[in-house]
Ligand binder design. Structure first.
Ligand code: ATP
Ligand code: MG
Length: 400
């Protein structure tokens, strides 16, 4: 396969390949950018692989940064863009199911392509537009399938994260998983437990945001990676995951907090169980906060009071998005949306009179009673029992 024209992101980086070629080394675009170009999809990062060793790359280019020199990666700065150039490498034995014991720089492209995970991720594109496809990835792209490079059992034994990656690429691209690759997933799923949670999290989030996220979740259950995900075994029921899959067939979450809200927050866990799961995934504070606060509402939106909704109004977008994905009854969703958009105040700071002013006007004295009073005022304003107006609040305070 040959491309006379390549997308602008790659065109812009061609001079880098040419400069390396002129110095007597090989250089190619590799990995996801070549796959996405062939698929006609947007390219987000441009990865370059070269026969030149890091030291040699640094001699060719004036401006470089050692971004991952121990793995052979040097970043070249060109016209304000940074391009990562990684020396061709092979990976030696894996004794821990996740990291090669050592990486060895090599001069051969084919050795480098052999260590890549899937055939559709093992293309290289030369500066002249030729696509190098040693593992028949083009056929797999055509058949829309995810197939391991070489023997799937070996590849997943080397690095168990690849199993999660198989599911995430299937979800992202809307591909199916080739039979032998699937068999290997089923046999080796328990090895996922050896993988750092943070790395699983990244792949799982991409799965949930993929165009075929529903299939991704069904795969998770089918090959039983579900039992070996972070968190307590058995906490996430297959039933919940398959149910969520049906919703994700129609609509996918756009943000990470919503992904986790749907996955963990609608699983019917108790508050304690939910906290344990959130912690075991080592999620960010923002995500944990969103899931914790919205889980009770998304699980029973028809019961949410005006006060409940007021308390989460800073998370309106996530809530509305989650309810839409869960296909909650239209009347309930309308009420939630309308309540949120017509709140009298969004926070106590918006009250027409604050504690300091009440004290100054002699309507209150500092102390716990003031806190109570302010809560009552806030409550009454939110429930529309009291106008958010200084005069009305004064009157309310005198009565209280
Ligand atoms: P995305 O578009 O999501 O970034 P990508 O294909 O670029 O997809 P990356 O995770 O950025 O995926 O990895 C870049 C390339 O590195 C892959 O295409 C693949 O060739 C190789 N690769 C990454 N992780 C692994 C792994 N665990 N095992 C083998 N090869 C890998
Ligand atoms: Mg990438």
């Amino acid at each position: 396969m040959h491309f006379d024209q390549v997308p602008s992101e790659l065109e812009a980086a061609k001079p880098i390949l040419e400069k390396i070629n002129d110095a007597g080394f090989e250089a190619y675009f590799v990995g996801g950018c070549v796959r996405d170009m062939i698929l006609g999809q947007a390219i987000h990062d441009v990865d370059i692989a070269s026969s030149a060793y890091p030291k040699e790359i640094k001699e060719i280019f004036q401006k470089t940064v050692d971004t991952g020199i121990q793995h052979g990666t040097v970043m070249v700065l060109d016209h304000g863009e940074g391009y990562e150039i990684t020396t061709f490498r092979t990976e030696s034995t894996y004794t821990d199911f996740r990291r090669p014991d050592s990486v060895t720089f090599v001069r051969s492209l084919s050795e480098d392509l052999k260590r890549r995970d899937f055939t559709i991720n093992a293309f290289a594109l030369a500066a002249n537009g030729d696509v190098i496809d040693h593992f028949d990835g083009l056929t797999d792209l055509k058949h829309k399938q995810i197939k391991a490079v070489g023997v799937a059992h070996e590849r997943f034994t080397e690095d168990a994260l690849r199993m999660m990656r198989a599911l995430r690429f299937a979800s992202k691209l809307g591909f199916s998983i080739e039979e032998k690759t699937r068999d290997a997933l089923k046999d080796l799923a328990p090895n996922l437990e050896k993988i750092a949670i943070e790395r699983i999290q990244v792949e799982f989030e991409k799965l949930l945001m993929g165009q075929a996220a529903g299939d991704g979740l069904r795969d998770l259950v089918d090959v039983d990676l579900l039992s070996h995900m972070p968190g307590e075994a058995g906490m996430m029921s297959a039933e919940h995951v398959l149910h969520l899959a049906k919703h994700l067939d129609k609509k996918q979450p756009k943000t990470l907090p919503v992904c986790w809200l749907l996955y963990l927050g609608t699983a019917g866990l108790s508050a304690d169980e939910l906290q344990k799961e959130l912690h075991s995934y080592k999620l960010s504070r923002e995500i944990m906060g969103t899931v914790t606060r919205l889980a009770p509402i998304v699980q029973a939106p028809e019961k949410a009071t005006v006060w409940d909704l007021y308390r989460v109004n800073d998370l309106s977008d996530a809530l509305v998005e989650a309810l839409a994905i869960l296909e909650v009854d239209e009347a309930v969703r309308t009420r939630v949306r309308e309540t949120l958009s017509s709140l009298a105040i969004r926070s106590p700071r918006e009250l027409a009179l604050n504690g300091g002013q009440l004290i100054k006007e002699g309507l209150a004295t500092p102390g716990p009673a003031l806190g109570n009073l302010l809560k009552q005022i806030e409550h009454a304003v939110v429930l529309n029992e009291l106008d958010n107006d200084a005069e009305a609040i004064r009157a309310f305070t005198k009565e209280a």
